[in-house]
Write a protein that binds this ligand. Structure first.
Ligand code: PEP
Ligand code: MN
Length: 343
């Protein structure tokens, strides 16, 4: 339930709302922005409770939200949430591109990647340190050594990076190194990990499980937000279907469906959906045409030599082609296009 105050509500009116919440043993989360005072009562909604707030002075409107989707609800921040990552905006007017290899393999590989990507205008570097591989016999990532490599590369290039925390056990290490902590598809319903992420001071990129409904996906994001972390980025990465021409099926419809329901930014990972580098750019186009806030793309200096996910890795020439397309006006938001028009 969301309690929206009038623009001219007095501090005493707000105090009354807080007092009423206290009397009802409900906690309030303040989601006010510069224009609107908005108080969210997570996990609750019924007509009787709504009335208890609606009758108070200074209250403009009480929105019903489904009990499980309060903090993620669009009405909490109708303008959309923008998240700052070392000067890069995720959820702003322009799509953000995060790129890099599936896994960190060496300092040279990451340094070469970061330098090439920075030149192409890629904002944020990706690289797995802890890898959630399907087979226990496959490369599992360099772990903490990879985190040190990523930190060194950031210190030398200034490039922010994202890497995955595969469990609560490695969360502290990942959190202290990374600019964004990724929670992978397989962990989307690992509630202990989600709660830990909710207590983090880092933005969290939450990938959709390949069989999760939109409701389950939003519930997972709500778990993170309920612990206090407001900086959650959602990422669609393909769902399991019957097709065998792609690794997964990119659910493009999820982008507008999520936008209608949540204020959180939505990225798309065309690489894991495709599983094949020839499909990555067309899927990236589809995602941006559907108004995704950006992309998470796998790219490698020598794609065929990648320690994992070699078939889907782009080389830097392909990534450059994609970046040039993104700069082209069709993928600019209406606001960004308006800003380009001379007065
Ligand atoms: C990844 O991005 O490195 C990854 C493992 O993706 P997913 O969790 O979507 O499979
Ligand atoms: Mn991968």
């Amino acid at each position: 339930m969301i309690v929206q105050m009038n623009h001219n509500a007095s501090p005493a009116d707000v105090a009354m709302v807080r007092k009423r919440a206290e009397e009802l043993s409900m906690s309030l989360v303040d989601f006010s922005d510069e224009i609107t005072l908005r108080l969210v009562v997570p996990g609750k909604h019924d007509v009787r409770l709504a009335r208890a707030f609606a009758e108070l002075n200074g209250v403009n409107e009480v929105f019903a939200t489904e009990p499980g989707h309060c903090l993620t609800h669009r009405a909490v921040n109708p303008a959309g949430t923008a998240i700052n990552v070392r000067g890069n905006t995720v959820g702003g007017d322009l799509p953000v591109v995060i790129a890099g290899p599936c896994a960190v393999e060496s300092y040279d590989q990451m340094m070469q990647t970061a330098v090439a990507l920075a030149e192409l205008g890629v904002s944020i570097l990706r690289g797995g340190a802890f890898k959630p591989r399907t087979s226990p016999y496959d490369f599992q990532g360099l772990g903490e050594e990879a985190l040190h490599i990523l930190e060194r590369v950031r210190a030398e290039t200034g490039m922010a990076f994202i890497t995955e925390a595969t469990g609560v056990g490695c969360f502290d290490a990942v959190e202290s190194a990374a600019d964004i902590v990724q929670i992978g598809a397989r962990n989307m319903q690992n509630v202990e990990l989600l709660k830990r992420a909710g207590r983090s001071h880092r933005p969290i990129l939450l990938k959709r499980h390949f069989s999760a409904t939109i409701d389950e996906f939003l519930h997972a994001a709500e778990y993170v937000m309920a612990e206090g972390n407001r900086n959650v980025i959602l990422c669609e990465r393909g769902i399991r279907s019957f097709v065998d021409h792609a690794r997964f099926t990119l659910d493009v419809a999820l982008i507008p469906a999520l936008q209608a329901r949540t204020h959180l930014p939505i990225l798309v990972d065309p690489s894991h959906a495709a599983g094949d580098r020839h499909l990555v750019i067309p899927l990236a186009r589809a995602a941006l045409a559907a108004d995704a806030d950006g992309l998470l793309v796998e790219a490698h200096p020598c794609p065929n030599e990648s320690a994992c996910d070699a078939r889907q890795a782009l080389n830097f020439d392909d990534l450059e082609a994609l970046m040039r397309e993104i700069e082209y006006p069709p993928f600019m938001t209406t606001a960004a296009l308006a800003a380009e028009v001379p007065a």
